[in-house]
Design a protein around this ligand. Structure first.
Ligand code: SF4
Length: 121
């Protein structure tokens, strides 16, 4: 269901480099992210400060690399709300979801940020 919804919302594939194994667009995650559905794309940081302001309990900061990362995955509806707010507020679209619920995707789409969800497999 998520893939069909994603295709309806997106219409066409994004232009990221393709993962040679899956054939889907690939956004390389920063290595400091904890495992889970949400991640920060590596190598794109402008030190926007958005995650610190919105969800300091979910995001950490790598001093040596000057880069934020997901230090804890959201577990509650309020934490998911703040994750979505951080995704929609980041200046360079670098907070992404590998997967999410259809409801979360629809909320992102309403805010004009459905492109932050990776292509569902
Ligand atoms: S959201 Fe993006 S630009 Fe902002 S601090 Fe994190 S990696 Fe840097």
């Amino acid at each position: 269901m998520l893939r069909r919804l994603w295709q309806l919302i997106r219409g066409s594939e994004p232009t990221a480099p393709l993962n040679m194994q899956t054939g889907s667009p690939f956004y390389p995650p920063h290595p400091a992210n904890v495992p889970g559905p949400f991640y920060v794309e590596g190598g794109c940081c402008l030190a926007c400060g958005v995650p610190e302001d919105i969800a300091p309990d979910l995001f950490g900061w790598v001093e040596g690399d000057m880069h934020c990362y997901v230090k804890r995955q959201p577990e509650t509806p309020k934490e998911l709300d703040r994750m979505r707010e951080a995704m929609c507020s980041s200046e360079v679209d670098c907070i992404r979801a590998r997967s999410c619920s259809p409801e979360f995707l629809l909320d992102l789409a309403r805010a004009g940020h459905a492109h932050l969800v990776d292509t569902p497999s």
